[in-house]
Write a protein that binds this ligand. Structure first.
Ligand SMILES: C[S@@+](CC[C@H](N)C(=O)[O-])C[C@H]1O[C@@H](n2cnc3c(N)ncnc32)[C@H](O)[C@@H]1O
Length: 240
């Protein structure tokens, strides 16, 4: 169970970015198991340089910075007993195509601008800095198959030894839940950015084949129940 106070701490900075940004942050951090999963399973090492592809309004950064601060103040009392201490990243570099989201991210994370940076750009062409962890949460299906492959090649190249790609996808073979994910993602894209381009989805098996062809070694984590049932977290490490 994710403590309410942790969600409130991580979403509070979005108040400065407007009611929508704030409510969206608090709902997404509460309902999407991805964020708690990162902390509970220690998927991000302390001091990591993080590249967040399709960072949206910067929720990952807000979550990590908020968790670190909250743990420091409330560790003895309310931090979930089974979770390790949260990491403090060395840097976070977020890239997103939607200017409004990047503005919200910059406003909310303004106090951390020395280590958190948001670029408004297209991950198909934007330069990737060297990183220890690359996050791509619900983003690669917004680009076509060739772009997916080229982005993953560049991710492989930008990861330092021991680095990891955390790729969250919806398994296109997962029946109605996958169709629901697609409908929601398409709707959100239209509502938030006005873009109506189609989605390029793959089954879990197809993602694994592509990542294997690109010399990633992958382990898979299911990401939740109910409507999140189709979601998978692919933990992909460059094989050399
Ligand atoms: C479903 S949202 C996920 C946002 C974020 N990863 C999260 O989990 O909160 C997908 C994001 O990908 C961004 N996006 C889509 N295509 C992109 C592209 N070619 N380059 C950069 N960002 C892109 C959208 O603007 C949107 O913010």
């Amino acid at each position: 169970m994710v403590p309410n106070a942790l969600i409130e701490t991580a979403s509070r900075p979005y108040r400065a970015a407007g009611r929508f940004a704030w409510h969206f942050a608090s709902a997404k951090l509460r309902l999407d198991p991805f964020f708690a999963h990162l902390l509970a399973h220690e998927l991000i090492p302390d001091g990591a340089r993080i590249l967040d592809l399709g960072c949206g309004q910067g929720l990952l950064a807000a979550w990590l910075v908020g968790a670190h601060a909250w743990h420091r103040h409330d560790a003895g009392r309310a931090w979930p007993a089974r979770w390790p201490a949260p990491p403090m990243p060395r840097s976070i570099h977020g890239i997103d195509l939607t200017p409004r989201d990047v503005d919200r991210a910059r406003i909310a994370l303004q106090a951390h601008e020395s280590c958190v940076r948001f670029v408004c750009g297209d991950i198909r062409v934007a330069p990737f800095p060297q990183a220890d962890v690359v996050i791509a949460c619900d983003v690669l299906h917004y680009v076509d198959a060739n772009a997916q492959e080229s982005i993953l090649r560049r991710v492989h190249a930008c990861l330092d030894a021991g680095g990891v790609l955390l790729l969250r996808i919806s398994d296109a073979a997962a029946g109605w839940r996958a169709s629901l994910d697609r409908a929601v993602d398409f709707g959100v894209q239209v509502a938030r950015s006005g873009r109506t381009s189609g989605l390029t989805v793959r089954s879990e098996a197809q993602w694994l084949t592509l990542l294997g062809d690109l010399r990633f070694q992958v382990t898979i984590r299911p990401m939740g129940h109910g409507t999140h049932h189709a979601n998978r977290l692919l933990i992909a490490r460059p094989a050399g």
